[in-house]
Write a protein that binds this ligand. Structure first.
Ligand SMILES: Cc1cc2nc3c(=O)[nH]c(=O)nc-3n(C[C@H](O)[C@H](O)[C@H](O)COP(=O)(O)OP(=O)(O)OC[C@H]3O[C@@H](n4cnc5c(N)ncnc54)[C@H](O)[C@@H]3O)c2cc1C
Length: 483
């Protein structure tokens, strides 16, 4: 997604652009399965901060709302708890307050305080997100820093949320967002409650046809604008001579010349596998190995011969022992005994994704990355069983007999298909303080002229909106340097 957005931006600026994609179909982690009349988004399904997409289109002279049709979701999520109860997280503050009161009487006022604190973090934090960094002083904005400290951004997210909500249920419902950045809410900075704010207050969108329809439209634009897209074209080496990029060598042996290369592959993978060690003094293997890597995920895609109109479009289920689940994923890197998961039922908004009377369900359970020693050949059936048993309790006791098609995707597949380092799902590098903003690897290689990066591995980071901003930032840098 970051690579395609950059290709469109650079082409619009007058560059000749060729996109080299390892896989048979572009999109990377935002991919699609189309089989037996079912269409599944394989990766992202939650689209927030839509304005980052609007900006891309506007900057290349297009209007995304004229090319694609978006529906605003409400509620954003239904959150299921282990005791079978649920709460709907609405984006209307009045409806959300009602729902919150139903779980924790008296919590409505504290909800507004929590959302207000998130709004402040968002306003202050975005200043650190939407900029290129060259030197550490670019980070120094004493006033913004001081104001951010006053919003308790330095605390741990879960403790921060716990100050506003007393019940285990609401603490879970308002702290899980950091997992989208590959971080446990017990370790993540409270700063990241700005995502909860962006999600609830700025709205969540669904493009007809699913997220992959955005990739398809970007590919159509690439074609119209004259960007060359080569699929099944894995790059094996970035050719460097005299301290500068000269092009790339593909796995087929073909060499392609280029004045500059923008790598959208996982950044630690790019350095380690594509840049010969003698050219990367700043990123030797030992530094790359010491970095903190985000979590992975297990995905189950189900095609069913019935629909579930009583469900919501997006839902989440939290394990009863939230902490044990998160510690297994992030600390001990073992298989959680009770999986939390994200449940997506997009057919409720878009029946075109399945044949008449059928539907698709997508389940995503955060899992440890491959730095643990989980054997996925034996673990996958166990996780599948856990997820299906939970679905039987939450959604339909007869669910299994309605499954007419299914596919799964494990951490091993992330590594094999996308060269995702340690099989990470949402993005490679976790978002601890020292892997964020200035401290995240920069979008330009320090020691190699003409080598740039885009996507989740560089700043601002993980998730589709951040990747869109990353494409904007690297293009701005390249335009300045190649004027
Ligand atoms: C299951 C899942 C759910 C997610 N849910 C959400 C969500 O709901 N909302 C959200 O905003 N984000 C979500 N994300 C995160 C989001 O999808 C990613 O952060 C984002 O798509 C990453 O995009 P990217 O441009 O950085 O690159 P990637 O998608 O990582 O693409 C990198 C590309 O490089 C290619 N490549 C790798 N090596 C080579 C090589 N040697 N030669 C040529 N090509 C190569 C890969 O094949 C791939 O196409 C989710 C991710 C996953 C996996």
């Amino acid at each position: 997604m970051g690579g395609l957005a950059t290709a469109l931006r650079l082409r619009h600026a007058g560059f000749d652009v060729t996109v080299l994609e390892k896989q048979p179909r572009p999109g990377g982690r935002s991919n699609v399965i189309e089989e037996n009349g079912f269409r599944f988004d394989m990766g992202p399904t939650i689209l927030v901060m839509k304005e980052t997409f609007d900006t891309l289109y506007r900057d290349i002279g297009q209007d995304i709302d004229e090319r694609l049709s978006f529906t605003r979701l409400d509620p954003n999520y239904r959150v299921y708890f282990h005791d079978g109860t649920h709460i709907d997280l609405h984006n209307s503050m009045a409806d959300l307050a009602e729902a919150v009161k139903g779980v924790e009487p008296g919590a409505a006022e504290r909800l507004f305080q929590f959302i207000g604190a998130g709004a402040k973090k968002y306003a202050l934090g975005m200043d650190f997100v939407t900029r290129n960094y060259d030197r550490i002083t670019d980070l120094a904005n004493p006033l913004a820093g001081w104001k951010l400290l006053r919003t308790d951004s330095h605390q741990k997210l879960f403790s921060h949320v716990s100050r506003y909500f007393k019940t285990d249920k609401l603490r879970k419902a308002f702290s899980f967002h950091s997992m989208f950045l590959g971080l446990s809410p017990f370790d993540s900075l409270a700063m990241y409650s700005l995502i909860t704010y962006a999600d609830l207050a700025l709205g969540m969108w669904y493009p007809q046809g699913g997220i992959y329809s955005i990739i398809e439209d970007m590919l159509a634009l690439a074609d119209e604008m004259g960007v060359t897209i080569c699929t099944d074209s894995p790059v094996e080496e970035i050719i460097i001579r005299d301290g500068g990029v000269k092009g790339v060598r593909l796995a087929s042996g073909q060499e392609m010349q280029a004045d500059l290369v923008v790598s959208n592959a996982d950044l630690p993978y790019t350095y380690k596998a594509l840049v010969p060690a003698e050219y990367r003094q700043h990123y030797p293997d030992r530094r790359l190995d010491r970095m903190e890597y985000a979590c992975s995920g297990y995905l189950l895609y189900l095609g069913l011969d019935r629909t579930y109109p009583e469900m919501q479009h997006q839902a989440l289920y939290f394990a009863e022992d939230y902490r044990a689940n998160l510690d297994a994923i992030f600390k001990t890197r073992t298989l959680p005994t009770d999986a939390s998961f994200h449940l997506n039922n997009p057919t409720i908004t878009d029946p075109s994704l399945a044949p008449d009377g059928h539907s698709v369900l997508y389940l995503l359970a955060p899992m440890p990355n491959l730095q643990g020693d989980v054997d996925w050949a034996t673990a996958a059936p166990q996780v599948r069983e856990q997820l299906l048993s939970q679905l039987e309790k939450l959604v339909d006791p007869d669910l299994r007999q309605h499954i007419v098609w299914e596919r799964e995707f494990t951490p091993v597949d992330f590594e094999r298909d996308y060269n995702a380092v340690h099989g990470t799902a949402f993005g490679s590098l976790a978002h601890g303080l020292f892997q964020s903003a200035y401290f995240r690897p920069h979008n330009k290689a320090r020691d190699i002229d003409g080598l740039y990066f885009v996507g989740q591995g560089t700043y601002p980071g993980i998730g589709m909106p951040m990747v869109m901003i990353s494409a904007d930032l690297v293009t701005e840098r390249i335009k300045n340097e190649w004027r």
